[in-house]
Structure formats: C-alpha cells, structure tokens
Ligand binder design. Sequence first.
Ligand code: NDP
Length: 305
Amino acid sequence: MGHMKILILGKNGQVGWELQRSLQPLGEVIALDRYEDVEHGFSGDITNFEAIEKVIQTFQPDIVLNATAYTAVDKAESEVEQADLVNHIAVKHLAEQCKAIDALLIHYSTDYVFNGQGTAAWQEDDTTEPQNAYGKTKRNGEIALEQSQVKFINLRTSWVYASRGHNFIKTMLKLAQSKDELSIIDDQIGAPTGAALIADVTAQIVRYYALQPQLQQKHLLGHYHLAAQGETSWYAYANYIFDVAKAHGLALQLKTVKPISTVDYPTPAVRPLNSRLNTQKLQQMFALHLPQWQQGVEHMIKETL
Ligand code: NDP
C-alpha cells in the first residue's frame, strides 16, 4: 500500500486513546474527537455527517478506524434514539463515506450482539440476538456495515478496560479501599480485554492487511472476535484484581467479597450470562497470538498503583 493515511475517530475513548499510540508507526495519522481539531480544522463528531464527509474527502484516508460509540449500557435503555444515532445511523453514514473513496473501515462491536445463552464461545457467524438496547444499536451498526458494501473489518470485543477511562478495575480498586464488603456477580462469564491489546492487535491487522496483494485483502474482510484468552466471572475477576493490588502493597479496607447472581442485582439493561468469544478466526487469519486475560489486567494494575 506504500504510504498509508489513517484516520482515527473517537480518539479519547479507551480504545481510541490506545489506537493513537499503536498506529503511529504505520502511517500518517489524524486522530479526532467530537470537537473541532485546531491543527487541521476538522471535526470528528460522527453524528455530524457534513463534518465527517469533509474530513474523509479532504484527508482521503486509506484506513478509517471508528472507535466512537455510545457505551453507557444502562442509560441506552432510556436514550435509545441517541444510542442508535451514534452506534448505527452514524456508522451507516461513515460506511458510505468510506465506500465512496474505497477506504477500509475498521469498526468495533460487542459480545452483547448475542443472546448470552449456553456456555459455548460465540463464533463470528453465530446468530445474533441482542438482549438490550445498547446491543441492538451495536448490531444495527454491524448490519449497516454489511449493507453498505464498504470494505470493513468489524472487531467484536468484551469487558474492555484501560488505564485511561472508567472501567471495572478502577471501580474495584476504589471500592476496595473504602468498603468492608462487596457483592459481585458470579454468573456472567467473559474475558476482560485491555484497550491496549485491542489497539495493538488492530495495528497488526492494519499492517498485515496492507502487506497483502489487493486480491488477497478481500479475504480478510468481515467480522472477527477479539478478546483476551481464558474466561472468568466478574466475581473471580474482582478477586484477581484485589490479589494483585495486595501483592503490590495496596492497603485494602475490604474484608469480604460475596458472589451474587445476576437475578439478585437488577439493572435497567439485561446483560448476557455467556460473553465468551471464540477468537480462533482472528488468530488464524492474521497470524496472531492472544494472551491470557490476567496478563493485561496485572500490567494495568501495576501501572495504576
Ligand atoms: P468509550 O466509551 O471509552 O469511548 C467511546 C468514545 O466515543 C468516547 O471518547 C466518546 O466521546 C466518543 N463518542 C461518543 N459519541 C461521539 C460522537 N457523536 N462523535 C465523536 N465521538 C463520540 O468506549 P470504549 O473505548 O470502551 O469502546 C470502544 C468500542 O468497543 C466501542 O465500539 C464499544 O461499543 C466496544 N465495546 C466496548 C466494551 C466496553 O466494555 N467498554 C465492551 C465491548 C465492546 P465523549 O467522551 O466525548 O462522549
């Protein structure tokens, strides 16, 4: 592909922030958030269709990474329209813009597109059946990609955490320093996946794709599952976080951690019990190896303490 031009949307999200780091060595990068960027005069508000058209037509990226999303899962139940605008309608428009200049669109989605039944790890072509509003809007976004005929790679991930942003690890570390007792859900199973891993894998995907002859590139398009290896419950995950934090000298107030089940902890949005993602396809197609989930979690905790 030669000199590559790369556009990142959603640069301040957990994944967007890490993409800004991991993609730098691959080409000329412009990274935007929803506000006007002083350096280039571009705005990356994905719901501002004119602004998105302007940046794509002017910059002419070879690759566009969409790290924007409406990710407030419970709030989405009462703000369906706003969630659908960001996760679906805007994605449809972005896909059309990428299609118009033949750019590759890399997008992110979620295990919440599945119904969470059973115990088998979800494969890419399993039937989708989202159980909450957020999941439905994310699935609508995927369908928009499929229908637009854009060249896309959609990476479905799960349980994302990062040094920057709000997430389960940070919440647990804070609570463990102020509470005696915590009750944590023990019957939702998945794999915590670091934004840094997602971004590093994305960079590998971009590089692998760019090095293929054009005829081979189209075999790499489509849906993929990207998560760390292994599986855990939120309860076991929390205990792992506390163990690592203690081992690194953090004084915890916490005395008791109780496992509870999903039915005992009602939330506005229904959450799937089985969030396991089968990542074989990604590892095979892009010659990648995914680490066990504990590796990134320990790394992030050490970095944070
Ligand atoms: P974050 O919520 O950390 O980041 C999302 C970013 O999108 C924010 O920076 C937000 O900006 C931005 N954004 C929202 N609306 C707009 C808009 N109209 N225009 C421009 N930017 C906008 O999400 P993550 O990084 O965690 O998620 C990345 C991807 O991974 C998403 O597709 C998500 O659906 C998926 N995913 C996430 C999971 C998780 O646990 N977090 C689990 C599974 C999948 P602002 O702060 O200004 O609102």
